[in-house]
Design a protein around this ligand. Structure first.
Ligand code: KG4
Ligand code: ZN
Length: 338
């Protein structure tokens, strides 16, 4: 089954062609990062307009690159939630028009389910059940992926997402948006012990997390040093901050895995590209004897292929939409309104 998949929930317009949920024929991504950088973050109105300008030609480009025509498309999958509402709507309306014109099924895909499905592309033999640590710009949670479309949230952040904290701290350190990757590069050159940063516990559920205290502590540390005219050793602060985030995520991921009794742990989302988190997960999985699945960096960030992968399994589960499909800024990974 050939799926044309569309993703437009934030600042990347993406169209991919994916066969049977596992084989990527082409994965076209038009990033808007340069456009938003001067504002220090994504400007929703600009993002929506750019998606409108780009999406049609990107779809044609995807077909051309794959050596396919419109008649080869068996279904259209699209991110319908969550995201910047105006941005998501562009993809949803494009997908509805395409499905209607081609007379093929329309498959709504939750963006975070898509991130998880990036693992199916990277590891063709991977099947549920497994635990997935989802760490993106907007979400941080541990998911019990019992089946391709059967999920349970085991824990998650009670405040900020990990990616949001990386970006905020990077911004205060004058790194260009989105600063997560830049902060990671600087962290590799530093020593984590110089600055004391907190590892917060959050709430009743031991698998829940909190990042806002860590973010505030890091930002206060930078501001206080600047006020006193002291030099911050940026590399060391970045290393300490990355270690604190990783120390929050990794033990909980391992505890979640132990709690389910599964052997497989996967990671997903833009922050899954972080070198410290990847190294700590690798070590923890090795000592626990667990199988670790980490998509390559190209599949960690937003892309269309992951939507095509999950779309296939949503289709098999009968999750198709009609022309009344709407876009949602927020929706739980279980499909419930928030
Ligand atoms: O999944 P994603 O592409 O978009 C969302 O769905 O949110 O995640 C983007 C986030 C940004 O916060 C970005 O700074 C972060 O992923 N990120 C990183 C790294 N690469 C991207 N954070 C830490 N270390 C990295 N290497
Ligand atoms: Zn994402």
């Amino acid at each position: 089954m050939m799926i044309l998949a569309v993703e437009s929930s934030c600042d990347e317009t993406a169209v991919a062609l994916v066969e049977d949920g596992r084989r990527v024929l082409t994965d076209c991504i038009a990033s808007q990062v340069d456009l938003h950088r001067i504002y220090g973050g994504v400007v929703p109105e600009i993002a929506s307009r750019k998606h409108v300008e780009t999406i049609d030609s990107l779809a044609s480009q995807a077909l051309e690159q794959a050596g396919l025509t419109r008649r080869d498309i068996d279904a259209i999958a699209v991110t319908y939630a969550p995201g910047l509402i105006g941005a998501v709507l562009v993809g949803v309306n494009f997908a509805k028009a395409a499905a209607l014109a081609l007379g093929v099924p329309l498959i709504p895909v939750h963006h975070i389910r898509g991130h998880i499905a990036a693992n199916y592309l990277a590891y063709p033999a991977l099947e549920p059940p497994f635990v997935c640590l989802v760490v993106s710009g907007g979400h941080t949670m541990l998911v019990d992926v019992a089946g391709y479309t059967q999920m349970r949230i085991l824990g998650g952040t009670l405040d900020d997402a990990a990616g949001e904290c990386f970006d905020k701290v990077a911004r205060v350190l004058d790194m260009p948006y989105p600063g997560g990757a830049a902060l990671d590069r600087r962290a590799k050159l530093g020593h984590e012990g110089r600055y004391a940063l907190p590892r917060a516990r959050a709430g009743e559920n031991p698998l829940d997390m909190s990042f806002s205290g860590l973010k505030t502590a890091a930002i206060n540390l930078i501001h206080n040093a600047r006020q006193k005219g002291e030099e911050i050793v940026v590399e060391d602060l970045c290393a300490g901050f990355s270690a604190a985030v990783s120390d929050t995520l990794v033990p909980r991921a391992m505890a979640a895995l132990a709690g389910t009794g599964y052997r497989k742990l996967a990671v997903a989302g833009g922050v899954a590209a972080n070198s410290r988190i990847r190294a700590d997960l690798t070590a923890a999985a090795r000592s626990a004897g667990a199988e670790l699945y980490m998509p390559p960096l190209s599949l960690c960030g937003d892309n269309g292929a992951m939507i095509g992968a999950q779309g296939y399994y949503e289709f098999l589960a009968g999750n198709v939409a009609d022309m009344t499909l709407n876009a949602y800024a927020t929706k739980s990974i279980l499909g419930e309104a928030l």
